[in-house]
Design a protein around this ligand. Structure first.
Ligand code: GDP
Length: 501
């Protein structure tokens, strides 16, 4: 039971994120914890994978405690969420392989963790491997400025094997210890608020999103509002896919029936009625700075949202440089994110809801789950091993996506000799075709002393008193036109057609 700290405010279970260098074992650790700590008969009910789960673990007094894990390894998601101001993880686990020690992405993850002041635990993983060396790994941690307990610092570290499970219990113990030290709080009595961690479009069911409640209680009949979308709390499931009536803090839940795709990292609030929800959505749409969410761009300019993944961060910087070179006046490339490591589902999620998004991978692999999701969300993924191939491909996309422009092409000019009569907007004039041709249905500009004074359309043409469809250069004709501007002798009518270039 959560203990009451202050009127209505209680401690709540921690939400844990797992970060670290690629291949150091983040997914394996998440899998191990999921498999060994969710009671099997419950897990049997899982019909839909959602990217968070809850486990239970007894504390030192034997009290069963809950821990929520975000099942989205990698710091991309964490950073994407942080960019949107959301802090979803209460505790971070920094996974470091005991074979390799600290690596570039360990440092990136560390930077994100320390910047957000998230308490963290170092998991020294793969201790079952013959090449594992815990002492040497600790040395690399110290060199990286990670001052662990027992080495003059206070950062807890736990040696473990995500494969055999050795040390995982100690990690869970440590998570509970840190939770008790930090005391994360929430208020059950108020309406729920929290963070969107993923969203997806199911062709049959509609738009679903996974949310983590950070405070309050969410119940059937209420409405959640996240960014520019809302959903009635009608179809609500827990992480096992079971229908639930209400949920409270730190729980991952899935709600189906959003009006639009909310984004990972959007915060959500709860209101009591659909009307209130709609008002909030309208407000969110009006808020300036909404280009981020894929608001329409200035006419004639196309923006391509891009995520770049490289083998190392340095390579993505080079790629951004290359891409900026091939950007054009009318097609802009918007680098939504860049990072090192394989292309993951998180990358795809970041682009969901922004049409036309592209993920470019350079010398990296693509997670099959990312490919699947990309297909469903119409995000395109391309990987390359040679920079110029990537630029070439991108240049082709830029050409394809260059906005089509309407261009007026002059067909012919007619010198107006006389205005015969005018009735409302219909005028009958006499003139002579000076260049090209004019035809029935053509639009024209009225040029007076070289300047455009108005526009009109040719309704009828007569040449030598006979109705005709077209009169060519050198011929005189009678013309019935439609124009709001009164045409006068001496004007030039320049007929044009609109072509798309
Ligand atoms: P991630 O990129 O950090 O998510 O790394 P993965 O979880 O995909 O692990 C990378 C590789 O290391 C996989 O082949 C895992 O089976 C392996 N691995 C992860 N943890 C351990 C461990 O504790 N012991 C051993 N022997 N292998 C591990």
């Amino acid at each position: 039971m959560p203990k009451e700290i202050h009127k209505g405010i209680t401690s709540r279970p921690p939400v844990v994120v797992i970060m670290g260098h690629i291949d150091h074992g983040k997914s394996t650790l998440l899998d191990y914890i999921r498999k060994s700590n969710i009671v099997e008969k419950e897990a049997g009910g899982i019909t839909q994978h959602i990217s968070a789960y809850e486990v239970t673990h007894p504390d030192e007094k034997g009290v069963v405690r809950t821990i929520t894990f975000l099942d989205t390894p990698g710091h991309e998601a964490f950073q994407a969420m942080r960019k949107r101001g959301a802090s979803v993880g209460d505790i971070a686990i920094l996974v470091v392989s005991a074979e390799d020690g600290v690596k570039p992405q360990t440092l990136e993850a560390l930077a994100a963790i320390t910047e957000s002041k998230t308490p963290y635990i170092v998991a020294i993983n793969k201790i079952d491997k013959p090449g594992a060396n815990i002492e040497r790994t600790k040395q690399t941690l110290l060199e990286a400025g990670i001052y662990i307990e027992g080495y003059g610092g206070s950062i807890p570290s736990v040696p473990l094997s995500a494969k055999t499970g050795e040390g995982v219990k100690e990690l869970l113990d440590m998570i509970i210890l840190v939770t008790d030290l930090e005391t994360f709080t929430g208020e059950k009595g108020k309406s729920a608020e929290g963070v969107v961690i993923e969203s997806s479009l199911d062709t049959k069911k509609g738009i679903a999103a996974t949310l983590i409640i950070k405070s309050g209680t969410l119940s059937q009949g209420e409405f959640v509002v996240a960014g520019e979308s809302f959903a009635p709390v009608r179809i609500m499931e827990n992480f096992l896919g079971q229908k639930i009536e209400s949920a409270t803090f730190s729980s991952p839940i899935r709600i189906i029936g959003f009006s639009a795709l909310p984004k990972a990292g959007d915060t959500f609030v709860t209101v009591g009625s659909k009307k209130e929800a709609e008002v909030l959505v309208t407000k969110a749409k009006e808020k300036p700075g909404n280009e981020e969410r894929g608001a329409p761009q200035a006419a004639g300019i196309a923006v391509i949202p891009i995520i770049i993944k490289g083998d190392v961060l340095g390579s993505t910087e080079a790629l951004v440089h290359e891409l900026k070179k091939i950007e054009t006046e009318t097609v802009k490339l918007k680098i939504v994110d860049e990072g090192a490591g394989a292309i993951t589902e998180n990358d795809v999620k970041q682009l969901s809801g922004t049409p036309g998004g592209i993920i470019l991978g350079f010398a990296v692999k693509c997670d099959p789950r990312a490919l699947e999701l990309a297909e469903r969300q119409s995000v395109s993924i391309q990987t390359f091993d040679i920079i110029y191939k990537l630029s070439e491909w991108m240049a082709k996309v830029i050409t394809e996506r260059t906005p089509k422009m309407e261009v007026e092409e002059v067909q012919g000019t007619l010198k107006v000799l006389k205005l015969f009569n005018k009735n409302k907007n219909t005028q009958v004039i006499g003139g002579s075709v000076q260049t090209g041709k004019i035809g029935v249905g053509d639009s024209f500009k009225i040029l007076r002393r070289g300047a455009e004074v108005g526009r009109g359309k040719i309704e009828e043409l007569q040449s030598q008193k006979i109705k005709t469809r077209e009169v060519t250069e050198g011929n005189e004709c009678g013309v019935q036109v439609e124009s709001k501007i009164e045409i006068a002798g001496g004007d030039v009518l320049e007929s044009f057609s609109v072509i798309i270039k």
